[in-house]
Design a protein around this ligand. Structure first.
Ligand SMILES: NC(=O)c1ccc[n+]([C@@H]2O[C@H](COP(=O)([O-])OP(=O)(O)OC[C@H]3O[C@@H](n4cnc5c(N)ncnc54)[C@H](OP(=O)(O)O)[C@@H]3O)[C@@H](O)[C@H]2O)c1
Length: 395
């Protein structure tokens, strides 16, 4: 029986994971849950799953949740908050698999704590790998702890890699849908609205990853994630735009063979794979091959999507550049979602922050979090300076 800690249980990946648990009650049990601010959702999950421990983002939300749980007679559930709460959720005695699906670096300490405690991790949270992948993979390899990718592209690569030895891999190909603006003329990018950017053509996901898919920064983060997870140089990680999102990624071997993984666009499949690896279990997630008429591929457009170039550059430099890429993007995306900056200002903000980022390589999680906080502050400064310039030019 897999006894699960789910970090980010109220999010898109968290909900898909709970649907899997619902479908396979003999295989999985929920021991602990961590969420952010959605108290109604986490309260309902506590009622349904009766975890031993639950954690939310803030102390006041934890107190409010505790009151609601007591009123509902659920007095046995321990309610915690903040980073320490998520660490406890991940490392609770009895947990033997952690699903890491908190968005952003908020999930980093708990994911690292799970690895250090020797608990296998199903990794959806790519920001963890981007910010601290060097440290996380080093610890995981030293302790022989499996890091099983849930991100569909990396999950596909993981599956295809079973077809050959690491030394036989020439390169990997990450597929990208290209997002909603694949064919939009570049001069219209500045006018893209939040509603348009939140319309992903093939996947339904959380807000940040959906905007990141529209700028293709998401693919950039995935390039870095792939380098870390599979121990490959950036030059061995290529991107191909595949609008149907039917092939989730491919591995090219030295003899010229290319293996691809195809399946429905439903995150339950990579989650199920990670949860049951190395076994494969029967599911209802079938892909109808008869419906497949053609598969399109095209090279990514680096001019239209500067985030891809920024990500390759950060992947080459590593360390704080990867941390800053992710942190600056998170701040810029929040600002875009709040209606404060244009879509085109997202890559400009990231580039301005990267230009000021030192070439340092943090060696501890604390140093990573420090560099992350510094990069966020720089991003806010860049945005403040931009807003000031705009208001001056308007007067
Ligand atoms: N969705 C996908 O299809 C997909 C695919 C591949 C990879 N991923 C990756 O998976 C991760 C999650 O994505 P998502 O789409 O599921 O995001 P999402 O729907 O926005 O969910 C994010 C989750 O993180 C929780 N959270 C946010 N801040 C927190 C904090 N400070 N402490 C504890 N929990 C916090 C949220 O809680 P509340 O809702 O309660 O605030 C929610 O449960 C991301 O790293 C994303 O890149 C997602």
């Amino acid at each position: 029986m897999k006894q699960l800690a789910i970090l980010g249980s109220t999010g898109s990946i968290g909900l898909s994971t709970l649907r899997i648990v619902e479908q396979y009650p003999d295989r999985f049990r929920v021991l602990s849950l961590a969420a952010g601010r959605n108290l109604d959702a986490i309260f309902a999950q506590c009622q349904r799953w009766q975890p031993q421990v639950v954690s939310v983002a803030t102390e006041s939300d934890a107190a409010a949740l505790q009151t609601r749980l007591r009123a509902a007679g659920l007095t046995q559930i321990e309610v915690l908050h903040g980073a320490a709460g998520t660490v406890r959720v991940a490392t609770l005695p009895g947990v033997n698999f952690v699903v890491s699906a908190i968005v952003g670096v908020a999930g980093l300490e708990a994911t690292y704590a799970a690895v250090v405690a020797g608990i296998p991790v199903g990794l959806a949270n790519k920001e963890c790998m981007v910010a601290a992948g060097e440290i996380l993979t080093r610890e995981a390899r030293q302790r022989n702890v499996p890091l099983l990718p849930i991100d569909s592209e990396h999950n596909a690569i993981h599956q295809c890699m079973r077809g050959g030895a690491k030394a036989e891999i020439k390169r990997i190909w990450l597929t990208a849908s290209g997002g909603p603006f694949r064919a939009l003329p570049p001069d219209q990018f500045a006018n893209i609205t939040v509603t348009q950017a939140l319309q992903h053509p093939t996947w339904v996901m959380g807000q940040r990853i959906t905007i990141d898919s529209a700028t293709m920064l998401n693919k950039g983060l995935e390039i870095i994630e792939a380098c870390r997870l599979f121990d490959l140089p950036p030059s061995a990680v290529q991107v191909t735009v595949h609008p149907q999102s039917t092939i989730h990624s491919l591995v090219e071997f030295v003899d010229g063979s290319i293996l691809a993984q195809l399946s429905v666009t439903d995150m339950r499949l990579p989650i199920l794979y990670a949860l049951t690896y190395p076994e494969r279990v029967a599911s209802d997630l079938t892909f109808d091959m008869r419906s497949l008429s053609h598969l399109d591929f095209e090279p990514p457009d680096f001019a239209r999507f500067p985030c891809l170039r920024l990500a390759y550059e950060a992947a080459e430099i590593g360390g704080e550049h990867c941390i800053a890429l992710n942190a600056a993007d998170e701040i810029a995306v929040d600002s875009f979602l709040a209606g404060h900056i244009s879509f085109s200002a997202i890559p400009r903000t990231i580039e301005a922050v990267l230009e000021q980022t030192p070439r340092r390589h943090p060696s501890t999680i604390q140093e990573v979090l420090q560099a992350d906080a510094q990069a966020r502050e720089k991003a806010r400064e860049v945005l403040r300076a931009g807003a000031k310039k705009k208001s001056v030019s308007q007067t």
